[in-house]
Design a protein around this ligand. Sequence first.
Ligand SMILES: Nc1nc2c(ncn2[C@@H]2O[C@H](COP(=O)(O)OP(=O)(O)OP(=O)(O)O)[C@@H](O)[C@H]2O)c(=O)[nH]1
Ligand SMILES: [Mg+2]
Length: 239
Amino acid sequence: MLQISIVIPTYNEKENLPELIEKIVNVFEKNNLHGNVIVVDDNSPDGTGHIANQLAEKNHRIQVIHRKGKLGIGTAHIVGFKHAIEVNHSDLIFSMDSDLSHDPKYLPDFINMHEKGFDVIVGSRYVDGGGVVNWGLYRKAVSKGANVLASTLLGVKVHDMTTGYRCYDRRVLEKLDLDSIKSNGYSFLEEILFFCKKEDFSISETPIIFVDRAHGKSKLSKKEMVKFFLTILRLKLKR
Ligand SMILES: Nc1nc2c(ncn2[C@@H]2O[C@H](COP(=O)(O)OP(=O)(O)OP(=O)(O)O)[C@@H](O)[C@H]2O)c(=O)[nH]1
Ligand SMILES: [Mg+2]
């Protein structure tokens, strides 16, 4: 039986996390899926970590990793991935944002693509059937531009390099030297895809409709956007 882990980084998501977990549990039950949810909380000042603990007490499938402070989504993913492999012995490892932008109803679509033989599956806003709800023109343009630039310059044939909704076969995460990934923030997402391609893993996309967060604040700062472009240059020079 396929064992799944879903890694969810959280920082100040108290309004969103309980609803997300409920949705995931429902999708698991409906589709007869088996596995765990790993919340990686960076000592959120709004008490998300405490709420995660309460959810874990009610459902043993929910696991919580607490870190001392805001260390970035990149390292949050890595800590979760290691837990998924070393502790849960999962076959399939997902990552998903905790702000309800990533709907768990798509989980079976990723699993179908994995069954077709793909090693990495990316939840894509920029393929047929995908899209974005509630974003203004500026946010759309920045995201689209960043994606075209990243995939062209890095030579990765993925239309959505910045999505955090993904699924990795465990072999991928075992093979990659996760600790050598230098990005600790959002550029982690492009960097890990670059390494997946370098190791010749097969990457595919499945459409998702991304819904902008209704609660809480975005953590995507201007500084992170600049780092995103610098990371492309660093990887490009390395290539
Ligand atoms: N553990 C941890 N989680 C983080 C950190 N920064 C962001 N996150 C989480 O990572 C996910 C993505 O962050 P968001 O702020 O939603 O970024 P985004 O989706 O690009 O931007 P918006 O949807 O506009 O807010 C969310 O679940 C955040 O709570 C961090 O430093 N540590
Ligand atoms: Mg978000």
